[in-house]
Design a protein around this ligand. Structure first.
Ligand SMILES: *[C@@H]1O[C@H](CO)[C@@H](O)[C@H](O)[C@H]1NC(C)=O
Length: 129
């Protein structure tokens, strides 16, 4: 196989429409990149309350289940071990964006990625993360 085929990756950022009034908005199409490169997958969300946000990125492989990659919460965050070195996402509450940056791409990163927003939990208990 030539260098062309062996190096191509297709990453699709796919934003998931969530329950309730809050939603996330699908960014433009697929991203094609080469191994070793860095890509940023956009996630624009719409929520009235930008303080109590629960935002997540999932990886969906062709044959499999969604895999949690990372999440940001009002008090803290969680990074899946498998992804924590190369996957980063920073919440920008002003512009309401939560882009996922993947560094040093590997062929195994080829997948669908989707961003999800969980509306605020308004009951009086604290969930353990
Ligand atoms: C998850 O990664 C981010 C940087 O990408 C870091 O700021 C944060 O502290 C990490 N969270 C945990 C629980 O390790």
């Amino acid at each position: 196989m030539g260098p062309w085929l062996s190096n191509l990756l297709i990453l699709a950022a796919f934003c998931y429409e969530c329950r309730g009034e809050d939603s996330v908005i699908q960014p433009p199409g697929d991203v094609i990149a080469t191994e070793g490169e860095q890509v940023t997958l956009g996630c624009q969300f719409d929520a009235d309350d930008t303080i109590n946000l629960y935002l997540f990125w999932y990886k969906l492989e062709l044959n499999g289940f969604p895999k949690f990659t990372l999440g940001r919460f009002p008090f803290g965050s969680k990074n899946a071990t498998e992804f924590k070195d190369r996957f980063k996402a920073r919440l920008d509450a002003d512009t309401k964006q939560f882009p996922l940056k993947i560094q040093k791409l590997q062929l195994s990163d080829s997948a669908w990625y989707y961003c999800a927003l969980r509306p605020t939990v308004t009951t009086g208990y604290t969930a353990s993360l």
